[in-house]
Design a protein around this ligand. Sequence first.
Ligand SMILES: [Zn+2]
Length: 321
Amino acid sequence: MSYTIFRTFQFHPFLLYPTSILKPRNRFFFSTTTKATQTKVPTSTQSKKLDKIPKDYEAVIGIETHVQLSTLTKAFCSCPYSYGSFPNSSICPVCMGLPGALPVLNSKVIEFAVKLGLALKCNLAFNSKFDRKQYFYPDLPKGYQISQFDVPIAAAGFLDVDIPLEFGGGHKRFGITRVHMEEDAGKLMHAENGNFSRVDLNRAGVPLLEIVSEPDMRNGIEASEYAAELQRLVRYLGVSNGNMQEGSLRCDVNVSVRPIGQSKFGTKVEVKNLNSFASMSRAIDFEISRQVLLHSQGQEDQIVQETRLWEEGSQNQTFHQ
Ligand SMILES: [Zn+2]
């Protein structure tokens, strides 16, 4: 089965834009793919420049977290999901999106969503619904993701976080905009030479909760402490194993900066590829410094709304996707 699917995408005559279509959408899932080439700024020069940044700017950070639910079966079919199992060994007509297959909601998904919604002090929607989010990508066999749009299951809550003493201490309350249910997509595995990609649909249809925070965080530590608290919460509630390495907890961060005193938000940049709390904190602080530097040099027009990927290790910087 896996090879049929793989060949379909590899040789399909309608695939007009193979390179752009099969480009990793989110490098978080494809950490082994070739790294984007870009001119490296030596770290020493960079930190020297960043040290001189004036302190009259503030950062505004919001976080979207996807939590994979540890239900026994997927969201709309009876296929089990276990991380790392053989590709396409846990699929059926429903999660493969075959014509005529009808999804049946797993009641555990609602139960877990309500649990997390209550733990985040949200208002629950007693009438909720699912919506179709259409997009075309080979990891999404139906051509749309079942998600929630205008009536999320839970909204308007908050999460209390204690900042560790070594980072200044204190108690912070971060707003939760919404929590909604959706299904995960499959996974593409890109060949080393970049000539083809294989599709694994084991993850397609696995239930997720997306937790959207208010833009309440101001630095990398606050953001990573928020995410760490969320991880503790989902583990305590038993709704997810919260393992970042397995992709069970994934954070996308929106970062913008503005001069202190300005109420209007600056242009926000999305940062992805954050697979640990430490890298999350470092990535955000780097991105803040990068934006503040551009601001202080009068080049704020160079901050554009985009998705940047965090490169952990030798580079330790965000770069355009
Ligand atoms: Zn299935």
